[in-house]
Write a protein that binds this ligand. Structure first.
Ligand code: BES
Ligand code: MN
Ligand code: ZN
Length: 481
């Protein structure tokens, strides 16, 4: 497990395997964030960096052997840009470029928490399933060279550990992460960090009237679970409820997905992952706010017991739902989770889900869509995401789209006849299960939850842990002063 410490030592003489130095471009070429660096290299560093065409663009990296000019044998120059997210990414990308190196120190200037967090998130690997020759391990010991207070490192560690917990869960193959297993992991972790937990099994779900979770889960030999995690603080004035989509594998059910859309559907529990990771982080930070987290866990598989297109479900809210497409299952488990969460009397419900391919069509791989039944709430969530460095964009819920969800047999259908605006129609479906007067926001992160492309910044391939930090930020925004 990678650790981070802060140290106010001089970068030039600091004993480490690689010294990472931030550079900004200036009128006379790249300028280092560390004083005395150019002098330590006898004024030859600028020329060396020019020789490898380093221009200090944000995230750009150049590695220079130091031949004893400074204490570290390797200098990593990284362009840091201007914003705080640029800084996180620069820290992450440079640390990521050093896999196989044991120790690294960062002299990046600026927000020390951003540097520590980016560095920790960049030092991530998922090698649990590899045999044979060991792949290069992430950097183990990170030092941020700064005068900042040690508490900064502790906060960054909590945030990074929450995100890494989610990445690990998303990356775990569905053969090793089914609903009951996820619930067991949550139980164990809840005990460790002091969260209350309640797990409803398939019998309790059936008896309790959770028709959505039962319907989606009934095709699988691994039955569904609803996990309720709760964190409370004596000084809390506000209560938040987070609800996460936790489909441990989404085959589509009888409305089967094609292979190339299915091979990464182990990531369809990323919403529940983010809720779980956030609750763990909030408990470790001891924030003065109450937070309840629901993990809506089911495996969506086709079989002789699977739900059929045209089945009607009785949701926890009492409303009936005609299932026209078994692949629109996320909204079916969330409708139960949202209705149940409303019973906690929260000041705000936020659900998080890898809900629609339409999110990716609308906003691309890296930007989540945020929808809400209240403009202020939507803006608050977008602002919290931005502050956390997680791209998110507000989207509307146009009234005219509701009509398409009318069903000839039930109160509502789970599929809109038009694919256009699919992210919005999914959210409009969910909105029907939010009681009047309850503030609610929905985050669709189908793209951001899983990186199918190459690593970038502090984001690895595979599970990203997206939106975990946004939820923690929302809890901070509702904490007592
Ligand atoms: N889990 C998928 C959405 C998804 C797609 C997540 C791509 C991540 C990447 C969801 O359950 C789904 O299948 N949605 C359908 C809804 C449709 C049937 C209305 C979709 O987006 O195609
Ligand atoms: Mn689906
Ligand atoms: Zn799904």
């Amino acid at each position: 497990m990678t650790t981070v410490r802060l140290n106010s030592a001089d970068p030039v003489s600091f004993d480490t395997d690689a010294l990472i130095v931030g550079f900004r471009s200036g009128p006379d070429g790249p300028r280092p964030a560390a004083d005395g660096l150019e002098a330590a290299f006898d004024g030859k560093l600028a020329a060396s960096l020019a020789a490898v065409a380093f221009s200090a663009k944000p995230g750009e990296i150049a590695k220079i052997p130091t031949f004893g000019a400074i204490a570290a044998p390797l200098l990593v120059a990284v362009g840091v840009g201007d914003g705080v997210e640029d800084l996180r990414r620069a820290a992450g990308a440079s640390v990521r470029s050093l896999t196989g190196t044991a120790r690294a120190a960062l002299a990046l200037d600026g927000d020390a928490e951003a540097v520590a967090l980016g560095a920790l998130l960049g030092a991530y690997g998922f090698d649990r399933y590899r045999t044979g020759e060991a792949p290069k391990a992430p950097v183990e010991e990170l030092t941020v060279l700064t005068d900042a207070d040690q508490a900064v490192a502790e906060r960054a560690t909590v945030l990074a550990d929450s995100v890494k917990l989610v990445r690990d869960l998303v990356n775990t193959p569905p053969s090793d992460l089914w609903p009951a297993r996820f619930a067991e992991i949550a139980e164990q972790t809840a005990g460790e960090v002091g969260l209350d937990i309640e797990v409803l099994d398939e019998k309790q779900l059936k008896d309790g009237g959770y028709g959505g979770l039962i319907g989606v889960g009934q095709g699988s030999a691994n039955p569904p679970r609803l996990v309720r995690l709760s964190y409370s603080h004596p000084e809390a004035a506000k209560t938040l409820a987070f609800v996460g989509k936790g489909i441990t594998f989404d085959s589509g059910g009888l409305s089967l997905k094609p292979t190339t859309s299915m091979d990464w559907m182990k990531s369809d529990m990323g919403g529940a992952g983010a809720v779980f990771g956030a609750l763990v982080g909030i408990a470790k930070l001891g924030l003065p706010v109450n937070v309840v987290g629901y993990l809506c866990l089911a495996e969506n598989l086709p079989s002789g017991t699977a739900q059929r297109p045209s089945d009607v479900l009785h949701s926890y809210s009492g409303k009936t739902v005609e299932v026209l497409d078994t692949d629109a299952e996320g909204r079916l488990v969330l409708m139960d989770g949202i209705a149940r969460a409303a019973e906690d009397g929260p000041d705000l419900i936020v659900d998080v889900a890898t809900l629609t391919g339409a999110q990716i069509v609308a906003l691309g791989w890296r930007t989540a869509g945020v929808m809400a039944n209240d403009d202020e709430v939507r803006e608050l969530v977008v602002e919290a995401a931005g502050a956390a460095g997680e791209a998110a964009w507000g989207m509307p819920l146009p009234d005219e789209l509701r009509k398409g969800l009318d069903s000839p047999v039930a109160d509502i259908a789970n599929l809109h006849p038009e694919r256009w605006g699919g992210m919005l129609t999914a959210a409009i479906f969910l909105k029907e299960f939010v009681p009047d007067g309850v503030r609610w926001a929905h985050i669709d992160m189908a793209g951001p939850a899983f990186n199918k492309g190459e690593p970038h910044g502090y984001t690895p391939k595979g599970g990203t842990g997206a939106i975990t930090r946004t939820l923690i930020g929302l809890a901070e925004r509702h904490a007592s002063a």
